[in-house]
Design a protein around this ligand. Structure first.
Ligand code: FAD
Length: 613
């Protein structure tokens, strides 16, 4: 590249005519791939990112975990279509719009799915697929730099970990706060009051259970560690890397069926300048789409790759009729019962920061002195991730009911037969997962305070769609439809998740002394399944901000969009590398897996494979 040019640019005139690789989206996956591809000092890469390079403290602050997601300036503003099964509520679709993407705004929970989740991905191809737990573990290790918690907190909180599941070379850190509330340990231990709950030594072991997990945080600076700090900062020291910010990619350019470049328009004051004439840039080797689960399908569809019917309705000429693009959309539903321990006697607890003057003064002092203490905790580090047979007596019954469903009847009526076949394959796999002790369906995050934490259904059965808006496919945000609860068995699974949570709080010898109260839905009003269903449709959110599946890595005959090398079917020189390729959700938050996927596809062996074609 021209050596006089800076690595990070906003000016279109500083963009060269041609690069080896063009990456659409400077988010979690995009920056990881860019860093790895430029490591040789020769391969030239341009990343185009819609958002700005922001130094906002909303990104860097770890305390409490939520300041990034609370800052609207860093996020796309998208609302879902009304959800018919959720009383026509619309849902805010959150995704990062800044260098670093969603890794800049997420709540920093650093977890993996279970081994069976990743083996499931490969199972849709063949028994020898390299997409498996064993195939991914080296890339989980490469993806993060694990720094164990300090000895004091390890001992006092009884944190366990096993470094054999981790690496220590990445610029992205999995760190730990220097403090934990005694109440968090007690709440974690209280799962011993319920039968058959597995306890797992390390969050990275691929086993479901109750465990401690780290935070996406640099333990030295006690600031967020994310794709910008871990990858962009390294890559920008090289002459063969460039990042253009405030550039909205319009579409991928083709010569025949070979991707040869992209066009983009500038973003000014946070908004795309739609009256500007689009600029173009060429890719010698490949275009890599890394715009995230919401926008990658949009970019493919406006570029002529997608279900013909949807493209035609929007006036887009079809280049490749690829029925899976934008289908198979999944996200983790959040459930919102509310419990409160009225006598949480274990001290200190998260409540002390609010209600105990001496404690909060001390917390603020040690934080300002050396960034230690309770303020180094982000969104917490302990949770339960449990298999369905552990939480429900209906595992076999629901498994049989799922296996014998008429699966395509729960998809939109015009769904292509290949997409329907993929859904059927997924549901048969989930039917065994419901009976399995190696897939987690249940997730309760422990807060260490008197109020209950996030409750999540880890393997929803319903599938939604993210398609271009036919009214203005380039400039309007895509139509996001979770199709929440469209498979009725989701409601049954969620009811069992809610009942088990009630059991943990109200019918558990180890939480009894803390006298929990159910604020919502309320024990007197929720006893029948109809009453539970009522509560679910009123309060459930279909999104934990983990959109996946919309450019699924599946065989073509199962509605796949990309193959096992993440290459888009039917064209050359085009790959998708981000959360959208996950064919099925994992039983955990998605960020660590996105890093691992990006590491896997960029590794040297795949690179040789890539070049061979
Ligand atoms: C609020 C929130 C909380 C979360 N909490 C957690 C958590 O605690 N733990 C966890 O593991 N996961 C969490 N996640 C999920 C996790 O962060 C994401 O799954 C992951 O970061 C997605 O990576 P990605 O590369 O697929 O997309 P992103 O990181 O979102 O990157 C996509 C990038 O593409 C850019 N882009 C989009 N369209 C265009 C275009 N047309 N032109 C140019 N650029 C474009 C975007 O601006 C963005 O920077 C959370 C997500 C959110 C939003």
């Amino acid at each position: 590249l021209n050596r006089d040019l800076p690595a990070t640019i906003v000016n279109a005139r500083q963009v060269q005519k041609e690069y080896d690789y063009i990456i659409i989206g400077g988010g979690t996956a995009g920056l990881t791939v860019a860093n790895r591809l430029t490591e040789d000092g020769k391969t030239t890469v341009l990343v185009l990112e819609y958002g700005e390079l922001s130094d906002s403290t909303s990104i860097t602050t770890v305390t409490g975990g939520f300041s990034g997601m609370g800052d609207g300036k860093l996020m796309y503003s998208i609302n879902s279509v009304p959800q018919v099964n959720l009383r026509n509520r619309t849902i805010a679709v959150l995704a990062g719009k800044v260098v670093g993407g969603s890794s800049a705004v997420n709540v920093m929970m650093t977890v993996r799915g279970t081994a069976e989740d990743y083996d499931r991905w490969g199972s849709f191809f063949s028994i020898s697929s390299h997409w498996s737990w064993n195939g991914l573990l080296p890339y989980f290790k490469r993806a993060l730099n694990f720094v164990p918690p300090n000895e004091d907190v390890t001992k006092s909180a009884n944190i366990t970990y096993d470094t054999s599941f981790w690496g220590n070379t990445s610029g992205v850190y999995a760190g730990w706060p220097s403090f934990q509330y005694a109440a968090t340990t007690a709440q974690l231990d209280a799962f011993r009051g319920l039968p058959d709950v597995p306890f797992v030594k390390d969050s990275g072991s691929g086993e479901p259970g109750v465990y401690w997990y780290p935070t996406f945080m640099d333990p030295k600076t006690v600031l967020r560690s994310y794709a910008r700090t871990g990858h962009h900062e390294q890559a920008k020291t090289r002459q063969n890397y460039q990042l253009l910010t405030q550039a909205k990619v319009q579409k991928i350019l083709f010569s025949g069926t070979k991707a040869v470049g992209v066009s983009w328009i500038p973003v000014v004051g946070g908004r795309p300048n739609t009256s500007a004439s689009p600029q173009t840039v060429s890719a010698r080797k490949e275009v890599i789409v890394a715009a995230g689960g919401v926008h990658s399908p949009q970019i493919l569809q406006v570029s002529g790759i997608g279900p013909r019917k949807i493209l035609s309705a929007a006036g887009i000429t079809t280049l490749v009729d690829l029925p899976g693009v934008g289908q198979n959309f999944q996200d983790h539903p959040i459930l919102s019962p509310s419990y409160q321990f009225t006598k949480l006697t274990v001290k200190p607890s998260g409540d002390d920061l609010r209600s105990n003057r001496t404690f909060s003064t001390w917390a603020n002092q040690v934080w300002s002195l050396n960034r230690t203490g309770p303020n180094s905790i982000a969104s917490g580090n302990a949770a339960a991730w449990l298999p369905f047979p552990v939480i429900s007596s209906r595992a076999s019954a629901l498994s049989e009911a799922l296996a014998s469903q008429n699966h395509p009847s729960y998809l939109p009526s015009d769904t292509h037969p290949t997409v329907a076949a993929g859904y059927r394959a997924q549901m048969l796999s989930y039917a065994s997962a419901l009976r399995s002790n190696r897939t987690a369906f249940y997730n309760l995050v422990l807060t260490g305070s008197s109020t209950s934490g996030l409750l999540v259904n880890l393997h929803p059965l319903s599938r939604g769609t993210i398609n271009i808006n036919p009214l203005d496919p380039f400039n309007l945000e895509p139509l996001v439809d979770y199709r929440a609860l469209s498979n009725p068995l989701d409601t049954s699974i969620i009811i069992d998740i809610l009942k088990y949570t009630r059991r943990y709080y109200l019918d558990n010898p180890l939480t009894k002394p803390w006298a929990a109260r159910e604020n919502s839905p309320g024990t007197s009003t929720t006893n029948t399944d109809a009453q539970w269903t009522n509560f679910i449709t009123q309060t459930m959110s279909p999104s934990e901000f983990h959109p996946v599946g919309t450019c699924a890595m599946l065989p073509l005959e199962l509605g796949g969009v990309v193959d096992e090398n993440l290459k888009v079917y039917g064209v050359e020189g085009l790959r998708v590398v981000d959360a959208s390729i996950m064919p099925t959700l994992i039983g955990g938050n998605t960020c660590q897996t996105v890093y691992a996927v990006a590491e896997k596809v960029s590794n040297q062996h795949s690179m040789i494979y890539w070049q061979k074609g």
